[in-house]
Ligand binder design. Structure first.
Ligand SMILES: [Fe+2]
Ligand SMILES: [Fe+2]
Length: 405
């Protein structure tokens, strides 16, 4: 039971708090998605992928609770300073500025607010909020702990990031903190040289990492060279990082789309990170280091010459459906030769892909309508597939497209 005689927020104030939490979670999702291709550090890319999904899911849960509290326009009436803060998160210039603001200002602020929320609301009457917030505390704690540890390992590689962090923290303070109820500080002065770098036209890697050479990429025969084929295949899995990066830029470039789409794309993005991770696990088990595997950066870079809608239609209505038969064949093959680990990995991939294809069917028509295309889903699929056959640097994608028809 809550103690008596303590000030508790009203249900209307509770709605305003939860709206701000949801808005900030969405802002974190959005900035991390836009920046996924822009940061070179591999560990951070992998963690961002998970946290983009966790932030999207937190925003989704908060919005569901807001509906129960009869708030159906959760993004209406957000203060202009908080809107500014969300837009400014994108304007960081490097990994240290993104991590120190998204995680160590916004997420850390959210964590503090989540921890206090049960004492702030009428917990006895608002149990569904408390139950949800208790879950968000556990998730956000892990995210912040990772960021603190990771930033300490890279901060020396970047200079001057503290000034940008202080500016973003200043915006939060000028709006009365995460819940908006603290005493409001004066607006901070904006540091210079912070023009928007998004969307990234080329995805970034550590400078000493090897880059893929399309002319050196040959598919070993599955039956006669099973070990070489397997290693080749899992190297391509590792490179699904670029699919996640593509989705990060697509998500960042399509903010006009409904929330449900953004929630789905966030999950799709994390799934592609997981596919890269199943490749990472497997190539390491097979004796390679991740940093020895050439990075297929070219597929992200060439796709970014297309608008976001074309990229989404190409990925979800061409590349992903074309890739399904090969996954089933690999699964049967690996089961046949008794490689249970590889078979398990591809089984989960196959399962995820069913949803990606389903989302593609659902959202491509909405994208075409929202961005005023006069093409049908079938027309954009045919056009982008023809483009893929000409432009992809990955022979495997060409082969899958040709085999599909
Ligand atoms: Fe995938
Ligand atoms: Fe996929």
């Amino acid at each position: 039971m809550s103690s008596e005689n303590q000030y508790r927020i009203t249900i209307d104030e509770n709605v305003e708090y939860l709206k701000r939490y949801a808005f900030l979670e969405r802002a974190c999702m959005r900035t991390l998605a836009g920046w996924l291709p822009g940061i070179p550090e591999w560990e951070a890319k992998n963690e961002f992928g998970l946290h983009i999904w966790e932030s999207a899911d937190a925003a989704d849960e908060l919005r569901a609770r807001l509906r129960e509290l009869r708030c159906h326009q959760p993004e209406r009436g957000i203060s202009s300073v908080l809107e500014t803060l969300a837009a400014e998160l994108d304007n960081g210039q490097n990994t240290a500025e993104i991590i120190s603001t998204v995680y160590l200002v916004v997420k850390k602020g959210l964590l503090e607010a989540y921890r206090q929320h049960p004492e702030t609301t009428w917990a006895d009457f608002d149990r569904p909020t408390v139950k949800m917030i208790e879950r968000l505390v556990l998730i956000t704690e892990k995210q912040v702990a990772w960021a603190e540890k990771f930033l300490s390992t890279i901060e020396a590689n970047y200079s001057g990031w503290q000034a940008w962090r202080d500016y973003v923290a200043g915006l939060m303070a000028a709006d009365g903190g995460v819940n908006g109820h603290d005493t409001k500080a004066d607006l901070p002065i904006r540091p210079e040289n912070h023009d928007l770098l998004l969307p990234w036209s080329k995805c970034q890697r550590m400078p000493d990492w090897p880059i893929f050479d399309p002319n050196q990429d040959f598919e070993p025969d599955r039956k006669s060279e099973p070990e070489a084929h397997r290693l080749w295949r899992f190297k391509h899995y590792l490179n699904e990082m670029t699919a996640a990066e593509t989705l990060g830029s697509i998500l960042w470039m399509t903010p006009e789309m409904p929330w449900e789409y953004q929630h789905n794309v966030s999950r799709h993005l994390w799934d592609e990170i997981r596919h890269s991770q199943l490749g990472q696990v497997r190539v390491q088990q097979l004796g390679l280091n991740i940093s020895d595997v050439p990075q297929v950066v070219q597929i992200y870079d060439v796709m970014m010459t297309l608008p976001a809608v074309d990229q989404y239609a190409l990925l979800t209505t061409v590349i992903e459906p074309n890739g399904m038969p090969e996954k089933s064949t690999n699964r049967e093959h690996w089961e046949e030769i008794g490689d249970e680990i590889s078979a398990a990995a591809v089984s989960y991939d196959w399962s995820d892909e069913n949803f990606h294809v389903r989302w593609g069917k659902k959202w491509t028509p909405v994208l075409l309508e929202t961005y005023k295309y006069d093409e049908s889903p079938a027309q954009i699929a045919a056009r982008t597939e023809a483009w893929l056959l000409e432009n992809t640097p990955v022979k495997m994608q060409q082969k899958m497209a040709l085999d599909a028809h």
